[in-house]
Write a protein that binds this ligand. Structure first.
Ligand SMILES: [Zn+2]
Length: 409
């Protein structure tokens, strides 16, 4: 049983100050006291590790990514994340919506929404990123902190706030602020890291940039308190993130106490158990490493020719819709590859080369070089035309036997 302590900042959900300490170090190893509210289980950094205003306006991106404006690599990465996010909320997106993206960063998600027919406004406190999004994508970006930006009341069909709420000083107030800007039939999409996540190394659970850490129950209660109703709440496949879809509640919840019985025990139990378990014995570090490697290779390929940020996203977002014209060329080109492989084997390797004094090994080597080149051409076309998913995987899988089949002819 852990001893309770007093928090300097009262709980954002229930207002209590009696807490236990979840962690005393941040992921960078610096001192950072993270506490959990005994009455409701909400976790926060207490005291605050930095001056939020200066940190997010200027220092945050530099600390995180060592740059003031995104490099092509970051744009590409954010573009892929944007596509994955759009997929998750596809049921709520349609042309003609008026959308607000809070914490729009380099503008990648806002630009994607616009390319799908929405009218989008972004909100971003960081100067370099806000200017980049305006300049590169011609987006309407309001520069500022979401709690200080004036939003027209009841005017948005869709508001998205991806991985921002945990950075704000008063998440309850931010949710109420967004609730007021939603149309009565509007939808609010919130994604935050899950405090119960076990996919990261235990020492990486808390860091300076996250002022609050939520589990599903806390996030829902906070939204309910702000006058929102939960439509859907789900975890990412690795359990690392919570995705919540809210809409305005008909009547705001009138509760005097926001205690969540059992939630503190649950949160502290998960965090402590994760800290005790040897992380390297789980599959997560290896899956993460493999994912990073795959991502790096894909990025290198996509960045070839150093296109502009806009061209990069245009290509990526177009691919996601799959260009049917080019896709139709994919399968004939695959058939062509097989035909070519057989001809090369029969004519070139078996007859022509030996007749000109090449040894068998030299002929085979040349054969494999030619095969590899044509294989690369098909894979390149698949990568360019088919959206990530079953179609592209099928093209890749179908191209691979081209190596083996003619070799046994
Ligand atoms: Zn509380």
């Amino acid at each position: 049983m852990q001893l309770s302590e007093r928090a300097a900042i009262p709980c954002n959900l229930c207002g209590e100050t009696e807490v236990t300490v979840l962690s005393r170090r941040s992921r960078s190893g610096r001192p950072l006291r993270t506490v959990a509210c005994i009455s409701c289980g909400l976790a926060w950094s207490d005291p605050r590790p930095h001056n939020a205003r200066r940190f997010y306006e200027q220092e945050y991106r530099v600390e995180y990514k060592r740059t003031f404006t995104p490099k092509p690599k970051h744009v590409l990465r954010a573009g892929r994340v944007a596509l994955a996010r759009l997929q998750k909320i596809a049921a709520y997106v349609r042309p003609g919506l008026r959308a607000l993206d809070v914490g729009s960063g380099g503008g990648e998600f806002a630009y994607l929404l616009r390319s799908r027919g929405c009218t989008v406004t972004g909100v971003e406190p960081n100067r370099g990123y806000a200017e980049f999004a305006r300049r590169e994508f011609g987006l309407e970006i309001v520069r500022g902190f979401i709690d200080e930006v004036t939003l027209p009341p009841a005017s948005f069909d869709l508001i998205t706030i991806w991985h921002v709420l945990e950075h704000t000083e008063d998440p309850g107030a931010v949710l109420a602020h967004l609730r007021a800007a939603l149309k009565p039939e509007g939808v609010l999409v919130v994604e935050v890291p899950n405090v119960e996540a076990t996919c990261q190394a235990p020492r990486s659970t808390f860091h300076e940039a996250h002022l609050y850490s939520f589990n599903g129950a806390c996030l829902q209660a906070l939204a309910q308190k702000a006058g929102l109703r939960t439509i859907d709440l789900s975890l990412s496949s690795d359990g690392g993130n919570i995705l919540a879809i809210f809409c305005p509640a008909a009547a705001s919840a009138q509760r005097s106490r926001w205690a969540l019985p059992g939630n503190h025990a649950r949160v502290t139990g998960v965090v402590q158990a994760h800290a005790r378990r040897p992380y390297w014995l789980t599959s997560h570090p290896y899956r993460r490493a493999a994912g990073r490697l795959r991502r790096t290779v894909a990025e290198r390929l996509a960045l070839l020719g150093a296109p502009t940020a806009r061209a990069l996203l245009d290509r990526l977002y177009r691919q996601a819709e799959s260009d049917p014209m080019r896709l139709r060329l994919l399968w004939p080109s695959l058939a062509g590859l097989y035909a070519l492989a057989i001809v090369v084997e029969e004519v070139f390797v078996d007859n022509l080369l030996p007749a000109h004094g090449f040894s068998e090994q030299q002929a085979l080597l040349l054969f494999f070089v030619l095969q590899a080149a044509s294989l690369a051409a098909v894979l390149w076309q698949a990568e360019r035309t088919a959206a990530p998913g079953p179609q592209r995987a099928a093209a890749f899988a179908a191209a691979l036997p081209a190596f083996a089949v003619p070799a046994y002819c």
